[in-house]
Design a protein around this ligand. Structure first.
Ligand code: GDP
Length: 198
């Protein structure tokens, strides 16, 4: 059977001048280092799009991938942003982020949706909340996704998700697991909605 999904690496950008020319709608993936972003990207495209890191916090680039999903008739660009909050000293997202990230999130016309990842097992941090407040202030569309949900039992899932919603000030959090595939179809549906809206 032909693969439903494919991902083609486009480029790594270390400055705004290196961003790809505007193409399909872009879906940005954001989260603290070690949140499970690379694993989730790989689970979404069913392959090895992103490198699962043994040295968290190293990547300081935006990686762009051209992604197609046949059943959703979808062609989008995934932008994999560097993890924030790695250095213990930096409490704010801006302190641990290269300077070209903010302009990307602020000005990139093709950016259709920001997928903000939090670890379902760990209470939200100030910088997670700060990121959402910032995206909200810039009128960006975003959804919050809780990763590694497989590590929690049923009761814990409910409890953790309620606590995360409260501390992040959001109505909805989508639980996923890159390990079991839980929530991946629903996440694709959301990506499809955003990508096909244009
Ligand atoms: P990144 O730094 O955000 O890209 O995170 P990685 O994808 O490299 O994952 C960080 C760690 O969390 C690795 O040890 C992964 O194996 C683990 N991890 C990622 N996703 C999951 C998941 O869905 N379930 C479980 N149990 N572990 C995960």
């Amino acid at each position: 059977m032909a693969a439903q999904r494919s991902a083609q690496f486009l480029l790594s950008a270390v400055s705004a001048e290196q961003f790809p020319a505007a193409g399909p709608p872009e879906i940005a993936f954001l989260g603290r280092s070690n949140v499970g972003k690379s694993s989730l990207l790989n689970a979404l495209v069913g392959g090895k799009a992103a490198k699962v890191s043994s040295t968290p916090g190293r990547t300081r680039v935006i990686n762009f991938f051209l992604v197609t999903e046949k059943s959703l008739k979808l062609r989008v660009v995934f932008s994999d942003l560097p993890g924030y909050g790695y250095a213990k000293v930096s409490k704010s997202i801006s302190a641990s982020w290269p300077s070209f990230i903010a302009p990307y999130l602020k000005e990139r016309e093709k950016l259709a949706l920001c997928i903000c990842l939090v670890d379902a097992n760990i209470p939200a941090r100030a910088n997670d909340r700060q990121l959402l407040d910032w995206l909200h202030a810039m009128d960006r569309k975003y959804i919050v996704v809780a990763t590694k949900i497989d590590r929690l039992s049923g009761n814990e899932r409910t409890r953790h998700l309620v606590a995360l919603k409260r501390s992040l000030g959001v109505d909805e959090i989508l639980p996923v697991s890159a390990k079991t595939g839980y929530g991946i179809t629903e996440l694709w549906r959301r990506i499809g909605e955003a990508g096909n809206r244009e």
